[in-house]
Design a binder for this molecule. Sequence first.
Ligand SMILES: [Zn+2]
Length: 171
Amino acid sequence: MTFCRKVLSRIAVTLLVLAGAAANAEGPPTPEEYAAHVGGDASIVPSGQLKIDNYKMQCGHRPTVLDNQLDDYGAAYPGFLILNPKLMSRISTPVKLWIFAHECGHQFRGPDEETADCFAVQRGRRQGWLTPDGLEEVCKFIAPAKGDSMHVSGSHRCEYMRRCYDDSSIR
Ligand SMILES: [Zn+2]
């Protein structure tokens, strides 16, 4: 499974459904609209209040929606992040922090996966939560992802992330 791949298609579907539900709605949903749309136990964590394994998570001023029904570990809409706590509970701390940082990377750097990966590992190194061993855990996590015409494979993403991690000049 490529991280974010399924989510991007889901976002498109969700946007269509939301647009149909509210004919006047334009642009991405608000966190409140998203949480109301998915229903269930989705909840909104205001910026600055999210903690993952005792690490305080921050992505500018953006809130995070916790959604156990999300069909991936994380996702990003312009303006907020989405995490699936149920899936996140099964992975190690550095991988969890990397996922949050990757989704945050989409907020600031756009939809490109490699750019979001690079943003995440450079932030992790700078903030001290991503060691070289942690990076290898991230690589194992995304290794099963196979490339296709639209997406680079997990191993290619890892090569790029290792370069980013080592090279502070890459942005
Ligand atoms: Zn992504």
